[in-house]
Design a binder for this molecule. Sequence first.
Ligand code: ACO
Length: 329
Amino acid sequence: MNATIKSIGIYHPEREITNSFFETYLETSDQWIRERTGIEKRYFSLENEYTSDLCVKAVEALQKNHKTDVQEVDFIIVATSTPDQILPSAASRVQAKLGIPHAGCIDISAACGGFVYGIILAKGLIAAQTHRKVLVIGAETLSKAIDLSDRNSCILFGDGAGAVIVEVSSENHIFNALTDTEGNLGKELFISHLSETVDGEPILADRKMHQNGRAVFKWAVSTLVKNIPILVAKNNWKLDDIDFLIPHSANIRILEAVCKKLELPMEKCVESIRNYGNTSAASIPIAWYNGLVSGKIKSHDQLLLIGFGGGLTCAGICLENNIVLEKVD
Ligand code: ACO
């Protein structure tokens, strides 16, 4: 059974946080943040605004952009590292809030790779002919999981959500995929929860994000430089066949380093880092949507989506863009 993606919607909270916010209480500067990360601003959710709320707003936006009946969705996948609660899943909360009857619901915990993992699983459900219309959402409220006193990490992250529907189609527009994990590097980036050790080493179980920025940076560049050509070859493409690369937006310097090493022009790289910060599982759909709105990404363009992050894990997929925005707010 063939699968395609025809609809997309995104949402970011209203509270805009510019780099100057961090200058008021940390030893940092707008210039340092722009130069070292590319970030100009990000959005933080309100105190009582959680990941499932952002998911619902992204689906509402999707319904404004496209004539599609969300009530027909038969499976909901939410990729997030910041669910409202560990149990029930954010997906179950979204199902209840949207009143979608009888949909299967799961969350995926694959950090910034989560959205691509979601598409891979949705395509699998459709290929297995068990489901016909799968809602895949990448959403985060990372502002609730950052230590605002840690200048190495708090300046990086933002909140947001992006939703797409993967559905049965007469033609196939979702092609080959790749997944890769180096679990032994898990300690380099984690949000602590119950365990007080990671890889046998004691940690502070404070439910906050902890990362070794330099180690993650190095791993991200080498993983993308290794995996993008493997995925392209798996799909019988050449690097030149990629119209647009949509990598997870973690740091503009990671994307620049990858494009330089692969000799891909930066103009082919669609990012969301400048205006949203690192929104983890939401960063790829946000970049995709903005690429459509700007007119950069067009129908039938060949896209390579690749996410990477906590795990440390990575997932990529090749697809043909079949999304046309019918009405943009
Ligand atoms: N403002 C000013 N100075 C700072 C700041 C800041 N906000 N943060 C760090 N510095 C300082 C450091 O203390 C250090 O000072 P020192 O030389 O006196 O020790 C100096 O800047 C350089 O520090 P580095 O860590 O080498 O800086 P780097 O250029 O590597 O940038 C950063 C740090 C932005 C964290 C970068 O390493 C990065 O982006 N790493 C990848 C992060 C990432 O991709 N995370 C994935 C998360 S996705 C997910 O799964 C959730």
